[in-house]
Design a protein around this ligand. Structure first.
Ligand code: 9WN
Length: 451
Protein backbone atom coordinates (compact mmCIF):
# COMPACT_ATOMS: atom_id res chain seq x y z
CA UNK A 1 0.00 0.00 0.00
CA UNK A 2 2.77 2.37 0.80
CA UNK A 3 4.77 2.07 -2.37
CA UNK A 4 2.59 1.39 -5.33
CA UNK A 5 4.32 0.26 -8.48
CA UNK A 6 7.60 1.84 -7.47
CA UNK A 7 5.97 5.26 -7.92
CA UNK A 8 7.96 6.83 -5.10
CA UNK A 9 10.57 9.04 -6.70
CA UNK A 10 13.01 9.11 -3.79
CA UNK A 11 16.64 9.51 -4.87
CA UNK A 12 18.96 6.78 -3.61
CA UNK A 13 20.92 9.00 -1.21
CA UNK A 14 17.71 10.00 0.55
CA UNK A 15 16.13 6.58 0.74
CA UNK A 16 16.65 6.41 4.49
CA UNK A 17 14.94 9.73 5.11
CA UNK A 18 12.08 8.92 2.74
CA UNK A 19 11.51 5.56 4.42
CA UNK A 20 11.47 7.18 7.83
CA UNK A 21 9.00 9.81 6.67
CA UNK A 22 6.72 7.13 5.20
CA UNK A 23 6.96 5.23 8.47
CA UNK A 24 5.79 8.29 10.43
CA UNK A 25 2.72 8.59 8.23
CA UNK A 26 2.05 4.87 8.54
CA UNK A 27 2.27 4.97 12.33
CA UNK A 28 0.06 8.03 12.60
CA UNK A 29 -2.51 6.48 10.24
CA UNK A 30 -5.80 5.95 12.06
CA UNK A 31 -7.44 4.15 9.10
CA UNK A 32 -9.19 6.83 7.11
CA UNK A 33 -7.53 9.83 8.74
CA UNK A 34 -4.03 10.64 9.93
CA UNK A 35 -3.37 11.98 13.42
CA UNK A 36 -1.50 15.27 13.19
CA UNK A 37 1.06 13.87 15.69
CA UNK A 38 1.29 10.70 17.77
CA UNK A 39 0.46 12.03 21.24
CA UNK A 40 0.10 15.80 21.18
CA UNK A 41 -2.49 15.82 18.36
CA UNK A 42 -4.41 12.51 18.14
CA UNK A 43 -7.06 13.86 15.72
CA UNK A 44 -7.32 15.21 12.18
CA UNK A 45 -6.55 18.91 11.66
CA UNK A 46 -7.80 20.65 8.56
CA UNK A 47 -4.68 22.26 7.10
CA UNK A 48 -2.50 19.42 8.39
CA UNK A 49 -4.66 16.92 6.51
CA UNK A 50 -4.14 18.79 3.25
CA UNK A 51 -0.36 18.80 3.64
CA UNK A 52 -0.45 15.19 4.83
CA UNK A 53 -2.31 14.34 1.62
CA UNK A 54 0.50 16.02 -0.33
CA UNK A 55 2.91 13.48 1.21
CA UNK A 56 0.52 10.55 0.97
CA UNK A 57 0.14 11.24 -2.75
CA UNK A 58 3.79 10.21 -3.14
CA UNK A 59 3.05 6.88 -1.48
CA UNK A 60 -0.49 5.98 -2.45
CA UNK A 61 -2.92 8.11 -4.43
CA UNK A 62 -5.97 6.22 -3.06
CA UNK A 63 -4.83 6.82 0.52
CA UNK A 64 -4.32 10.52 -0.19
CA UNK A 65 -7.83 10.69 -1.65
CA UNK A 66 -9.25 8.92 1.43
CA UNK A 67 -7.63 11.52 3.70
CA UNK A 68 -9.41 14.39 2.00
CA UNK A 69 -12.69 12.50 1.64
CA UNK A 70 -12.65 11.99 5.42
CA UNK A 71 -12.10 15.70 5.90
CA UNK A 72 -14.97 16.57 3.58
CA UNK A 73 -17.35 14.32 5.49
CA UNK A 74 -16.90 16.80 8.34
CA UNK A 75 -17.76 19.86 6.20
CA UNK A 76 -20.53 22.01 7.66
CA UNK A 77 -23.65 22.80 5.62
CA UNK A 78 -22.46 26.41 5.38
CA UNK A 79 -19.37 25.23 3.48
CA UNK A 80 -17.00 25.67 6.42
CA UNK A 81 -14.38 22.96 6.84
CA UNK A 82 -13.79 22.64 10.59
CA UNK A 83 -10.29 22.89 11.99
CA UNK A 84 -10.45 19.59 13.92
CA UNK A 85 -12.21 16.35 13.00
CA UNK A 86 -12.16 14.27 16.15
CA UNK A 87 -11.05 10.65 16.09
CA UNK A 88 -11.98 8.19 18.83
CA UNK A 89 -8.64 8.99 20.48
CA UNK A 90 -8.44 11.15 23.57
CA UNK A 91 -5.78 13.08 25.43
CA UNK A 92 -6.28 16.36 23.56
CA UNK A 93 -7.78 19.43 25.13
CA UNK A 94 -10.12 21.07 24.15
CA UNK A 95 -11.94 17.93 23.02
CA UNK A 96 -15.42 17.58 21.48
CA UNK A 97 -17.29 18.17 24.76
CA UNK A 98 -15.66 21.53 25.26
CA UNK A 99 -16.44 22.60 21.70
CA UNK A 100 -20.08 21.52 22.01
CA UNK A 101 -20.76 21.82 18.29
CA UNK A 102 -23.56 19.25 18.29
CA UNK A 103 -26.01 22.12 18.92
CA UNK A 104 -24.81 24.05 15.85
CA UNK A 105 -27.39 23.92 13.05
CA UNK A 106 -24.72 23.70 10.34
CA UNK A 107 -22.54 20.98 11.95
CA UNK A 108 -22.57 17.47 10.46
CA UNK A 109 -24.60 14.92 12.42
CA UNK A 110 -22.30 11.94 12.18
CA UNK A 111 -18.86 13.41 12.87
CA UNK A 112 -17.56 15.33 15.87
CA UNK A 113 -15.75 18.54 14.97
CA UNK A 114 -14.51 21.82 16.37
CA UNK A 115 -16.41 24.99 15.41
CA UNK A 116 -13.75 27.14 13.73
CA UNK A 117 -11.63 26.77 10.58
CA UNK A 118 -8.02 26.88 9.36
CA UNK A 119 -6.23 28.16 6.23
CA UNK A 120 -7.65 26.80 2.94
CA UNK A 121 -4.60 24.97 1.54
CA UNK A 122 -6.71 22.05 0.34
CA UNK A 123 -6.86 22.83 -3.37
CA UNK A 124 -3.05 22.84 -3.38
CA UNK A 125 -3.17 19.25 -2.12
CA UNK A 126 -5.83 18.24 -4.63
CA UNK A 127 -3.58 19.52 -7.43
CA UNK A 128 -0.66 17.50 -6.04
CA UNK A 129 -2.83 14.36 -5.89
CA UNK A 130 -3.87 14.80 -9.53
CA UNK A 131 -0.25 15.31 -10.59
CA UNK A 132 0.86 12.20 -8.67
CA UNK A 133 -2.04 10.22 -10.17
CA UNK A 134 -1.06 11.29 -13.67
CA UNK A 135 2.56 10.31 -13.10
CA UNK A 136 1.52 6.88 -11.81
CA UNK A 137 -1.12 6.47 -14.57
CA UNK A 138 -3.83 3.82 -14.81
CA UNK A 139 -6.19 3.42 -11.86
CA UNK A 140 -4.36 6.04 -9.78
CA UNK A 141 -4.96 8.64 -12.46
CA UNK A 142 -8.59 7.69 -12.81
CA UNK A 143 -9.17 7.83 -9.09
CA UNK A 144 -7.48 11.21 -8.71
CA UNK A 145 -9.42 12.76 -11.56
CA UNK A 146 -12.73 11.26 -10.44
CA UNK A 147 -12.03 12.66 -6.98
CA UNK A 148 -11.81 16.18 -8.40
CA UNK A 149 -15.06 15.79 -10.33
CA UNK A 150 -16.84 14.42 -7.24
CA UNK A 151 -15.59 17.00 -4.79
CA UNK A 152 -15.16 20.18 -6.84
CA UNK A 153 -18.50 21.53 -5.54
CA UNK A 154 -17.49 20.92 -1.92
CA UNK A 155 -14.19 22.79 -2.30
CA UNK A 156 -15.99 25.59 -4.12
CA UNK A 157 -18.50 25.84 -1.25
CA UNK A 158 -15.60 26.10 1.19
CA UNK A 159 -13.98 28.97 -0.76
CA UNK A 160 -17.36 30.68 -1.15
CA UNK A 161 -18.00 30.51 2.57
CA UNK A 162 -14.65 32.14 3.32
CA UNK A 163 -15.33 34.80 0.70
CA UNK A 164 -18.77 35.65 2.08
CA UNK A 165 -19.20 34.80 5.78
CA UNK A 166 -15.59 35.83 6.45
CA UNK A 167 -15.30 38.76 4.06
CA UNK A 168 -18.68 40.41 4.42
CA UNK A 169 -17.40 43.80 3.21
CA UNK A 170 -15.62 42.29 0.19
CA UNK A 171 -12.24 43.72 1.13
CA UNK A 172 -10.41 40.67 -0.20
CA UNK A 173 -9.29 39.78 3.33
CA UNK A 174 -10.45 36.74 5.33
CA UNK A 175 -11.52 37.54 8.87
CA UNK A 176 -10.65 35.11 11.63
CA UNK A 177 -12.34 34.81 15.02
CA UNK A 178 -9.60 32.91 16.81
CA UNK A 179 -5.80 32.74 16.56
CA UNK A 180 -6.21 28.99 16.00
CA UNK A 181 -7.96 29.80 12.73
CA UNK A 182 -4.73 31.28 11.38
CA UNK A 183 -2.87 28.05 12.16
CA UNK A 184 -0.20 30.30 13.76
CA UNK A 185 -1.80 30.21 17.19
CA UNK A 186 0.40 32.39 19.40
CA UNK A 187 2.14 34.46 16.74
CA UNK A 188 3.02 37.98 17.92
CA UNK A 189 0.57 39.03 15.17
CA UNK A 190 -2.21 38.28 17.60
CA UNK A 191 -0.79 39.87 20.77
CA UNK A 192 -2.64 43.20 20.36
CA UNK A 193 -6.04 41.72 19.47
CA UNK A 194 -5.70 39.12 22.24
CA UNK A 195 -4.89 41.84 24.77
CA UNK A 196 -8.51 43.00 24.36
CA UNK A 197 -9.87 39.50 25.06
CA UNK A 198 -10.59 39.28 28.77
CA UNK A 199 -11.92 35.90 29.90
CA UNK A 200 -15.13 36.25 31.90
CA UNK A 201 -15.42 34.83 35.40
CA UNK A 202 -17.86 32.30 34.00
CA UNK A 203 -15.15 30.65 31.84
CA UNK A 204 -15.38 26.97 32.80
CA UNK A 205 -12.19 25.71 34.42
CA UNK A 206 -9.77 23.72 32.33
CA UNK A 207 -6.81 21.36 32.53
CA UNK A 208 -4.35 21.48 29.66
CA UNK A 209 -2.87 18.29 28.22
CA UNK A 210 -0.58 19.79 25.56
CA UNK A 211 2.20 20.68 28.00
CA UNK A 212 2.55 16.99 28.96
CA UNK A 213 3.63 16.05 25.45
CA UNK A 214 6.54 18.41 24.80
CA UNK A 215 10.02 18.51 26.30
CA UNK A 216 9.52 21.91 27.88
CA UNK A 217 6.28 23.84 28.55
CA UNK A 218 8.06 26.99 27.27
CA UNK A 219 7.69 25.57 23.74
CA UNK A 220 3.90 25.96 24.05
CA UNK A 221 1.56 28.95 24.62
CA UNK A 222 1.19 30.15 28.22
CA UNK A 223 -1.79 29.47 30.53
CA UNK A 224 -2.90 33.09 30.18
CA UNK A 225 -2.96 32.63 26.41
CA UNK A 226 -4.97 29.44 26.82
CA UNK A 227 -7.52 31.26 28.97
CA UNK A 228 -8.14 33.67 26.08
CA UNK A 229 -8.28 30.85 23.52
CA UNK A 230 -10.94 29.09 25.57
CA UNK A 231 -12.89 32.25 26.24
CA UNK A 232 -13.30 32.74 22.48
CA UNK A 233 -14.51 29.15 22.16
CA UNK A 234 -17.01 29.89 24.92
CA UNK A 235 -18.26 33.02 23.13
CA UNK A 236 -18.74 31.14 19.87
CA UNK A 237 -20.36 28.19 21.56
CA UNK A 238 -22.92 30.43 23.23
CA UNK A 239 -24.25 31.47 19.81
CA UNK A 240 -24.02 27.90 18.53
CA UNK A 241 -21.37 28.92 16.03
CA UNK A 242 -23.90 30.84 13.93
CA UNK A 243 -21.92 32.92 11.41
CA UNK A 244 -23.89 36.16 11.73
CA UNK A 245 -24.24 36.04 15.48
CA UNK A 246 -20.56 35.12 15.92
CA UNK A 247 -19.42 38.27 14.13
CA UNK A 248 -21.17 40.40 16.74
CA UNK A 249 -20.20 38.57 19.91
CA UNK A 250 -16.68 37.34 19.41
CA UNK A 251 -13.90 39.30 21.09
CA UNK A 252 -11.31 38.64 18.36
CA UNK A 253 -11.89 39.74 14.75
CA UNK A 254 -8.82 40.12 12.58
CA UNK A 255 -8.38 40.27 8.81
CA UNK A 256 -5.65 37.62 8.39
CA UNK A 257 -3.36 38.44 5.50
CA UNK A 258 -1.67 35.02 5.27
CA UNK A 259 -4.95 33.09 5.14
CA UNK A 260 -6.14 35.57 2.52
CA UNK A 261 -3.06 34.88 0.38
CA UNK A 262 -3.68 31.16 0.66
CA UNK A 263 -7.29 31.64 -0.39
CA UNK A 264 -6.11 33.62 -3.44
CA UNK A 265 -3.65 30.98 -4.71
CA UNK A 266 -5.87 28.04 -3.77
CA UNK A 267 -8.77 29.61 -5.69
CA UNK A 268 -6.55 29.83 -8.77
CA UNK A 269 -5.52 26.20 -8.34
CA UNK A 270 -9.14 25.12 -8.03
CA UNK A 271 -10.13 27.15 -11.09
CA UNK A 272 -7.44 25.42 -13.16
CA UNK A 273 -8.51 21.99 -11.92
CA UNK A 274 -12.14 22.78 -12.71
CA UNK A 275 -11.25 23.84 -16.23
CA UNK A 276 -8.88 20.96 -16.92
CA UNK A 277 -11.26 18.29 -15.72
CA UNK A 278 -14.55 19.85 -16.77
CA UNK A 279 -15.66 19.97 -13.12
CA UNK A 280 -18.16 22.70 -12.22
CA UNK A 281 -19.53 25.23 -14.69
CA UNK A 282 -17.76 27.99 -16.59
CA UNK A 283 -19.43 30.33 -14.10
CA UNK A 284 -17.86 28.48 -11.16
CA UNK A 285 -14.44 28.76 -12.72
CA UNK A 286 -14.95 32.45 -13.42
CA UNK A 287 -16.09 32.96 -9.83
CA UNK A 288 -12.93 31.29 -8.51
CA UNK A 289 -10.78 33.49 -10.71
CA UNK A 290 -12.62 36.53 -9.41
CA UNK A 291 -11.98 35.35 -5.83
CA UNK A 292 -8.30 34.85 -6.58
CA UNK A 293 -8.04 38.37 -7.95
CA UNK A 294 -10.06 39.92 -5.12
CA UNK A 295 -8.00 38.30 -2.38
CA UNK A 296 -4.69 38.99 -4.08
CA UNK A 297 -5.67 42.66 -4.32
CA UNK A 298 -6.74 42.54 -0.67
CA UNK A 299 -3.36 41.15 0.36
CA UNK A 300 -1.48 43.79 -1.62
CA UNK A 301 -3.58 46.53 -0.04
CA UNK A 302 -2.10 45.71 3.37
CA UNK A 303 1.57 46.23 2.51
CA UNK A 304 3.34 48.75 4.73
CA UNK A 305 5.12 51.31 2.55
CA UNK A 306 7.89 51.59 5.13
CA UNK A 307 8.70 47.93 5.83
CA UNK A 308 7.43 46.32 2.62
CA UNK A 309 5.70 43.63 4.68
CA UNK A 310 1.99 42.81 4.56
CA UNK A 311 -0.06 43.47 7.70
CA UNK A 312 -3.10 42.03 9.40
CA UNK A 313 -5.93 44.38 10.29
CA UNK A 314 -7.61 44.32 13.69
CA UNK A 315 -11.26 44.73 12.72
CA UNK A 316 -12.33 45.61 16.25
CA UNK A 317 -9.90 48.48 16.81
CA UNK A 318 -9.46 49.33 13.13
CA UNK A 319 -5.66 49.28 13.58
CA UNK A 320 -2.98 47.75 11.43
CA UNK A 321 -0.91 45.10 13.19
CA UNK A 322 2.74 45.97 12.71
CA UNK A 323 4.80 42.87 13.49
CA UNK A 324 7.79 41.47 11.66
CA UNK A 325 6.56 37.92 11.11
CA UNK A 326 6.74 35.51 8.20
CA UNK A 327 3.08 36.29 7.41
CA UNK A 328 4.35 39.63 6.13
CA UNK A 329 5.42 37.72 3.01
CA UNK A 330 1.81 36.97 2.07
CA UNK A 331 2.20 38.89 -1.24
CA UNK A 332 5.11 36.62 -2.20
CA UNK A 333 2.91 33.60 -1.59
CA UNK A 334 0.31 35.04 -3.98
CA UNK A 335 2.58 35.97 -6.85
CA UNK A 336 6.02 37.23 -7.87
CA UNK A 337 7.13 40.30 -5.95
CA UNK A 338 10.67 41.54 -6.45
CA UNK A 339 10.82 43.78 -3.38
CA UNK A 340 9.55 40.99 -1.13
CA UNK A 341 11.87 38.45 -2.73
CA UNK A 342 14.87 40.58 -1.83
CA UNK A 343 13.60 41.02 1.73
CA UNK A 344 12.94 37.29 2.05
CA UNK A 345 16.51 36.31 1.13
CA UNK A 346 18.05 39.36 2.80
CA UNK A 347 19.79 39.79 6.16
CA UNK A 348 16.65 40.39 8.22
CA UNK A 349 15.26 37.01 7.10
CA UNK A 350 16.71 33.90 5.43
CA UNK A 351 20.07 35.59 4.90
CA UNK A 352 20.58 36.33 8.60
CA UNK A 353 24.08 35.07 9.47
CA UNK A 354 23.08 33.47 12.79
CA UNK A 355 20.52 31.07 11.28
CA UNK A 356 21.31 27.35 11.31
CA UNK A 357 19.74 27.06 7.85
CA UNK A 358 18.68 29.76 5.38
CA UNK A 359 14.98 29.22 6.02
CA UNK A 360 12.26 31.66 7.10
CA UNK A 361 11.73 31.70 10.88
CA UNK A 362 8.27 32.72 12.08
CA UNK A 363 9.64 36.02 13.40
CA UNK A 364 12.52 38.00 11.89
CA UNK A 365 15.86 37.02 13.47
CA UNK A 366 16.59 40.75 13.64
CA UNK A 367 13.56 41.34 15.86
CA UNK A 368 14.65 41.41 19.52
CA UNK A 369 11.25 39.94 20.44
CA UNK A 370 11.98 36.65 18.69
CA UNK A 371 11.67 33.70 21.08
CA UNK A 372 13.66 30.87 19.47
CA UNK A 373 11.89 27.97 21.21
CA UNK A 374 8.37 29.32 21.54
CA UNK A 375 6.07 27.82 18.93
CA UNK A 376 4.98 30.50 16.41
CA UNK A 377 7.11 33.22 18.03
CA UNK A 378 10.41 32.39 16.34
CA UNK A 379 11.00 28.75 15.36
CA UNK A 380 11.18 27.56 11.74
CA UNK A 381 8.17 25.47 10.69
CA UNK A 382 8.95 23.11 7.78
CA UNK A 383 5.43 23.42 6.38
CA UNK A 384 5.84 27.18 6.11
CA UNK A 385 9.09 26.69 4.19
CA UNK A 386 7.26 24.17 2.00
CA UNK A 387 4.44 26.60 1.22
CA UNK A 388 6.90 29.25 0.07
CA UNK A 389 8.85 26.68 -1.96
CA UNK A 390 5.62 25.55 -3.59
CA UNK A 391 4.72 29.17 -4.38
CA UNK A 392 8.16 29.91 -5.83
CA UNK A 393 8.02 26.85 -8.07
CA UNK A 394 4.59 27.90 -9.26
CA UNK A 395 5.95 31.35 -10.12
CA UNK A 396 8.79 29.80 -12.13
CA UNK A 397 11.38 30.72 -9.49
CA UNK A 398 13.07 27.32 -9.56
CA UNK A 399 16.19 28.66 -7.91
CA UNK A 400 14.25 29.99 -4.90
CA UNK A 401 12.25 26.77 -4.60
CA UNK A 402 15.43 24.68 -4.84
CA UNK A 403 17.16 26.72 -2.14
CA UNK A 404 14.28 26.20 0.28
CA UNK A 405 14.07 22.50 -0.55
CA UNK A 406 17.77 21.81 -0.08
CA UNK A 407 18.03 23.80 3.15
CA UNK A 408 14.90 22.12 4.50
CA UNK A 409 16.17 18.65 3.68
CA UNK A 410 19.39 19.46 5.52
CA UNK A 411 17.32 20.65 8.49
CA UNK A 412 15.28 17.44 8.39
CA UNK A 413 18.17 15.03 7.74
CA UNK A 414 18.22 13.56 11.26
CA UNK A 415 14.75 12.13 10.65
CA UNK A 416 13.01 13.45 13.80
CA UNK A 417 10.29 15.27 11.83
CA UNK A 418 9.92 17.97 14.47
CA UNK A 419 6.85 20.14 14.55
CA UNK A 420 9.16 23.19 14.50
CA UNK A 421 12.89 23.91 14.76
CA UNK A 422 15.03 26.26 16.79
CA UNK A 423 16.22 28.73 14.13
CA UNK A 424 19.80 29.21 15.39
CA UNK A 425 20.71 25.68 16.46
CA UNK A 426 18.41 23.60 14.25
CA UNK A 427 17.11 21.60 17.23
CA UNK A 428 13.72 19.92 16.66
CA UNK A 429 11.02 21.17 19.07
CA UNK A 430 7.38 20.59 19.97
CA UNK A 431 6.07 17.24 18.87
CA UNK A 432 8.38 14.80 17.09
CA UNK A 433 7.08 12.56 14.29
CA UNK A 434 4.71 15.30 13.25
CA UNK A 435 2.74 14.05 10.25
CA UNK A 436 2.81 17.13 8.05
CA UNK A 437 6.56 17.54 8.53
CA UNK A 438 7.07 13.95 7.32
CA UNK A 439 4.64 14.58 4.46
CA UNK A 440 6.36 17.67 3.08
CA UNK A 441 9.69 15.83 3.38
CA UNK A 442 8.31 13.15 1.06
CA UNK A 443 7.15 15.78 -1.37
CA UNK A 444 10.53 17.51 -1.36
CA UNK A 445 12.33 14.21 -1.89
CA UNK A 446 10.08 13.37 -4.83
CA UNK A 447 10.53 16.65 -6.65
CA UNK A 448 12.33 16.31 -9.96
CA UNK A 449 15.31 18.53 -10.70
CA UNK A 450 16.81 18.46 -7.22
CA UNK A 451 20.17 20.11 -7.27
C1 9WN B 1 -4.70 24.15 17.83
C2 9WN B 1 -2.02 20.46 14.51
C3 9WN B 1 -2.15 21.93 14.85
C4 9WN B 1 -1.74 22.85 13.68
C5 9WN B 1 -1.60 24.30 14.09
C6 9WN B 1 -0.70 24.37 15.32
C7 9WN B 1 -1.26 23.51 16.45
C8 9WN B 1 -3.37 23.37 17.79
C9 9WN B 1 -2.81 23.30 19.19
O1 9WN B 1 -1.37 22.17 16.01
O2 9WN B 1 -2.51 24.05 16.84
O3 9WN B 1 -5.33 24.09 16.59
O4 9WN B 1 -3.40 22.60 20.01
O5 9WN B 1 -1.80 23.96 19.48
O6 9WN B 1 -0.53 25.69 15.72
O7 9WN B 1 -1.09 25.07 13.03
O8 9WN B 1 -2.67 22.76 12.64
O9 9WN B 1 -0.73 20.18 14.04
Amino acid sequence: MWREGGAVLVPVSDVGLGDRAAEVLRRNDLGSMTAAAPRLYPHMWSWDSALIAVGLAQLSVPRAVTELRTLLRAQWSTGMIPHIVFSEGDGYFPGPERWGTQAAAAAPGSVRTSGICQPPVHAVAVRRIVDAGRRAGGAAREEAEAFVRDTFGAWLAWHRWLATARDPDRRGLVEIYHGWESGMDNSPRWDRPYAAVVPGAELPSFVRTDVDHVGDAGERPTDAEYGRYLWLVEQLRRVDYDDDAARDVVGFRVADVFTSAILAVASDELAVLGEELGAGTAGDVAELRELAARFRAGVLSTVSPSTGLARDLDRRSGEWIETETVAGFAPLLCGPDERQRELFWGERWCGHPALAHPLPPTVSPSDPGLQPRAYWRGPVWPIVSWLFGWAFERQGDHDGAGRLREASLRQLAAGDFGEYYEPFTGEPLGSLHQSWTAAVTLDWLAQPGRR
